[in-house]
Write a protein that binds this ligand. Structure first.
Ligand code: PEP
Length: 254
């Protein structure tokens, strides 16, 4: 089995002090009782530095929630892959559904971000997922195929070895509604098949495919039992150590 990966996406929540406090709680808890999963924290940009200082010397990694595709230039309000790497990020989330749907990032824009993240020596967490309308219209497979085909267009086998894919059905993010184990297995298998077809069996086998969408301590046991799940991308439940730690620990039983 691939080493499980659990990513906390704190979105636009928390100031420097509260993010640093939460990071410290997680570091301490995992020092006391190490996790079998790899753990990554993605605080808001403004707290990256404060959180990075708490993480130094611990196995927990730092992620940016987004970045631009250019390394520098006249892009007011944007942050480049070089800038987030300089702050200690080793992962970047790319194509989160809030970027796609709230900020109108297209498949092409998302595709342009992946290679620059990888060229800076960071790992990319590429998010894909269908809306409720698309699922109800039985277009889930078409949407996932399209998102992957465009995003992965210019990437090599070595690039995919440095990337994770997160399946996040848009209708399950922040809604309290989970995809069922059957729905998740189907989409994760489809993602793995796409990767295998495009990059070969070894790349397909070793890619980590995460699930995201209202993962909570109450439902994590049933989700962790889904063979095709290699980890989680967690929003709301990652904002408190009391709810995030049980999600990390769930993989000790897998
Ligand atoms: C997310 O932001 O990627 C997410 C899955 O959020 P939540 O866990 O709150 O649904």
């Amino acid at each position: 089995m691939n080493t499980p990966l659990v990513v906390a996406n704190w979105k636009m929540h928390g100031d420097q002090a509260s993010c640093a406090r939460l990071a410290r709680q997680i570091v301490r808890a995992l020092r006391h009782q190490p996790a079998s999963a790899e753990v990554v924290l993605a605080p808001p940009f403004t707290a990256l530095n404060a959180v990075q200082r708490r993480l130094s010397g611990s196995p927990i990694k730092l992620a940016a929630q987004n970045c631009h595709w250019e390394v520098q230039g006249a892009y007011t309000g944007e942050i480049s892959p070089v800038m987030v790497r300089e702050l200690g990020c080793t992962f970047v989330i790319v194509g989160h559904s809030e970027r796609r749907h709230v900020f109108q990032e297209s498949d092409d824009m998302i595709a342009r971000k992946l290679a620059p993240v990888l060229r800076q020596g960071m790992r990319a967490i590429l998010c894909v997922g269908e809306t409720l309308d698309q699922r109800q219209a039985k277009k889930t497979a078409t949407v996932i195929h399209r998102q992957l085909r465009i995003a992965l267009k210019g990437l090599t086998k070595a690039d995919i070895a440095n990337s994770e894919i997160a399946y996040e059905p848009v209708w399950a993010i922040g809604t309290g509604q989970n995809a069922t184990p059957k729905q998740i297995s189907q989409v994760h298998r489809l993602i793995r098949k796409c990767l295998t077809n495009r990059f070969g069996p070894s790349a397909g086998k070793h890619a980590r495919i995460l699930y995201g969408g209202s993962v909570k301590p109450e439902n994590v046991a049933s989700l962790v039992a889904v063979e095709e799940i290699d980890g989680f991308l967690v929003g709301g439940a990652s904002l408190q150590s009391e709810t995030f730690l049980p999600i990390i620990r769930a993989f000790s039983q897998k």
